[in-house]
Design a protein around this ligand. Structure first.
Ligand SMILES: [Zn+2]
Length: 363
């Protein structure tokens, strides 16, 4: 089977191999699979979108918005591998997986998208965790990482309501056509956390929309931070939404509660300050969403534990069957707060990459 060729370097999979893997999926899938390659411009890598199934309930899963957060992309790919197996896709569901939203950043081995074009006005108030310490009310969308000067370009979490980064524009347009009812945004986080002796290293960190007032605040911020060209359209779309804010809040809470209930491992609510990027953009746009931070506590840039599709499957089944509606949203309030400090991301070294390439893939 061709799949075998990728297994040994499943973590650090080059873009060309990712595309080849995706192209092959329809030939070996038990369910309907449509693969799209979203262009992001000259000399830039395409974003792979894999749509599985043809059910009425639609779920989007996005990985590697930050290119060096490899484990989110691995979870996305493992989910695809699982869902194409006979009988694995829950009836009534369509899942669209974008395993690597930032492919050019991945090729360059950086966090940002590597677009070395400084836009007019490089600072704006927006969503990103990478604040300018001199000016905490302003956020840095485009820039260079001082600890790794090669890490240049846009931080895609800051670009979902802007047209600055071709990656977010491409994915936004694809999502607009796909119209998901729910979305998962997969990230990775380094934690100051001891490694468990049983080999279960990954802590699932969850972040979700908590109140209607937060949604209104996000809507205002998104409109404010949209490019002039997209602002009118954004205003129109937000005003056209007939979905009550409470629905978005409760369904986002249900997603978190469902994961917490069905995944037998350490789960924690991440700090609200990093409710940034795609999750808030989707929540404010009327789509219940959950940010999942795959937290690892090792010296390596990603955990050596391979993220399992089984972490998302029970929740997808509940979405497909509609039983997610039966979950009491208040259960999300019982999820304990993260008790480990979050460490800064470390630039990936040549040795890290070699380790990733040699890492074994198993499920
Ligand atoms: Zn991230």
């Amino acid at each position: 089977m061709r799949m075998r060729a990728y297994r040994k370097r499943w973590l650090w999979l080059p873009n060309s191999d990712l595309e080849e893997w995706a192209r092959d999926l329809p030939h070996r899938a038990a369910s309907r699979v449509a693969v799209r390659f979203l262009p992001t411009g000259k000399d830039r890598d395409s974003i792979v979108a894999i749509e599985i199934g043809a059910g009425a309930r639609r779920v989007a899963v996005l990985g590697q918005v930050h290119a060096e957060e490899l484990n989110g992309g691995v979870l996305a790919r493992n989910l695809v591998e699982r869902l194409i197996e006979p009988g694995a896709l829950p009836e009534g569901l369509t899942v669209c997986v974008y395993p690597r939203v930032n492919p050019t950043g991945h090729r360059l081995g950086i966090r940002r998208n590597g677009l070395v074009v400084k836009p007019p006005g490089d600072h704006f108030a927006g969503f990103t965790t990478e604040r300018d310490p001199e000016n905490p009310t302003m956020f840095d969308a485009w820039g260079q990482n001082p600890t790794n000067p090669a890490d240049v370009g846009f931080n895609l979490t800051a670009c979902w309501s802007r047209d600055s980064a071709p990656e977010t524009v491409a994915v936004r347009q694809d999502l607009d056509a796909f119209m998901p009812h729910f979305a998962f945004d997969l990230h990775g986080a380094r934690l100051d956390k001891p490694v468990a002796s049983d080999g279960d290293q990954t802590l699932l960190g969850l972040i979700w929309l908590t109140s209607s007032s937060e949604k209104s605040r996000l809507e205002r911020a998104i409109v404010k931070n949209s490019d002039v060209a997209t602002r009118a359209d954004k205003l129109r779309r937000l005003s056209e939404l007939s979905i009550p804010p409470q629905h978005i809040v409760e369904h986002s809470q249900r997603m978190a509660a469902s994961i917490a209930e069905s995944v037998p491992r350490e789960i924690a609510a991440f700090p609200r300050s990093i409710f940034t990027g795609l999750g808030p953009y989707l929540a404010a746009s009327g789509i219940p969403s959950l940010i999942i931070e795959l937290g690892y506590g090792t010296e390596t840039p990603v955990t050596t534990e391979v993220p399992r599709a089984a972490w998302l499957e029970p929740t997808l089944t509940q979405i497909a069957r509609g039983t997610i509606e039966e979950i009491d949203p208040r259960q999300a309030l019982d999820i304990s707060v993260l008790r480990y400090p979050i460490l800064p991301h470390r630039p990936m070294s040549a040795m890290d990459r070699a380790r990733m390439a040699g890492a074994r893939h198993s499920r």
